[in-house]
Write a protein that binds this ligand. Structure first.
Ligand SMILES: Nc1ncnc2c1ncn2[C@@H]1O[C@H](COP(=O)(O)OP(=O)(O)OP(=O)(O)O)[C@@H](O)[C@H]1O
Length: 290
């Protein structure tokens, strides 16, 4: 079992901006979701975990080794899948993986060959192994990204907003791949997509303005909202008075009609009960209504 322990981590950038404040997280094998809006500090935390920048305060241990003092320890065992790859050279998927595997230190030729074919098979790209990666569709590129992240058998894989831009079918395919990978290693998934966390993660944390505002199991968050989420169709003019009278957690258009969703221990007049979901929990914490 792999373990990642983040204790009291704070990060202040050189310009004085405090991006992370006293983060505490314990992560073991499985897909762990780090959920937060743009600018919440997800990338800052990921970069700090992998040793690209040192925290101003706090410790990070991977498998009981202090990786702030010894970043190479985690880097040797790390796979990283960024949101978008930059430019793909005009070489085949197989050859690009060869090149990357060498960089990752897979030095034995036969082992490298076997590993690449296994990974291409795992991500369902074996038939495309001789195609140039820049000709791949978005979904194929993301699956290729998973293959490169898994080169060298990492113990931890960090995935940054992986399903952005994928169609629903590719997104499902990609998510089942991640969940399969998470059976044996730590997969740290950074995203602002609640649905991906709901589908994939057994543990999660919500990060807001550099602080973890909630952590636990998605089911626990949903369970805690039973009988407390209510919805009503309103006209735009009512919005301000609703906002001052109720704990509004979200507003959205459903079939062109504005609906507000509120948090309350009892049913407010004119509202209907809705079955709570993870998105309600997310907005409850983000909008600080509990
Ligand atoms: N090198 C830096 N110097 C100063 N401030 C930075 C630096 N990098 C990031 N920030 C600031 O830190 C905050 C958190 O940024 P970060 O990229 O970690 O957020 P994020 O949650 O990953 O957002 P996104 O989902 O948009 O990628 C932002 O306000 C950002 O402007």
């Amino acid at each position: 079992m792999n373990t990642l322990n983040i204790s009291n981590v704070s990060l202040v950038y050189n310009n004085g901006y405090q991006a992370l404040t006293a983060i505490n997280l314990e992560v073991t094998n499985g897909v762990f979701g780090l959920l937060g809006p743009n600018g919440a500090g997800k990338s800052s935390l990921m970069k700090t975990i992998v040793g690209l920048q040192k925290p101003t305060e706090g410790t990070i241990c991977f498998n009981h080794v202090d990786v702030v003092k010894n970043a190479l320890e985690i880097q040797k065992q790390l796979g990283f899948l960024p949101q978008y790859f930059g430019v793909y050279p005009k070489i085949s998927a197989y050859n690009l993986l060869q090149h990357l595997a060498k960089l990752k230190g897979v030095s034995n030729r036969q082992e490298r060959h076997n590993q690449i074919l296994n990974l291409l098979d795992k991500v369902n790209l074996l038939d495309a192994k001789n195609k140039e990666v820049h000709t791949f569709s978005g979904g194929m590129k993301q699956r290729f990204g998973v293959a490169q992240a898994l080169l060298g058998n990492p113990s931890i894989v960090i995935v940054d907003e992986p399903t952005a831009g994928l169609d629903p079918e590719e997104r499902n395919r990609f998510n089942s791949l991640l969940s399969q990978i998470g059976e044996d290693i730590i997969v740290l998934l950074s995203t602002h997509l609640v649905a991906d966390v709901r589908n994939l993660c057994s543990e999660m944390a919500i990060i807001k303005q550099g602080t973890v505002v909630a952590k636990g199991k998605p089911n626990q968050f949903i369970e805690a909202l039973q009988g407390k989420i209510w919805q009503k169709a309103i006209c735009k003019a009512e919005l301000n008075s609703m906002a001052s009278n109720y704990n509004v957690i979200s507003k959205q258009f459903i079939e062109k009609v504005m609906h507000i969703t509120v948090y309350s221990d009892t049913c407010p007049a004119g509202f209907k009960a809705v079955v709570p979901n993870l998105e309600h929990a997310y907005f409850t914490f983000l909008n600080n209504v509990k």
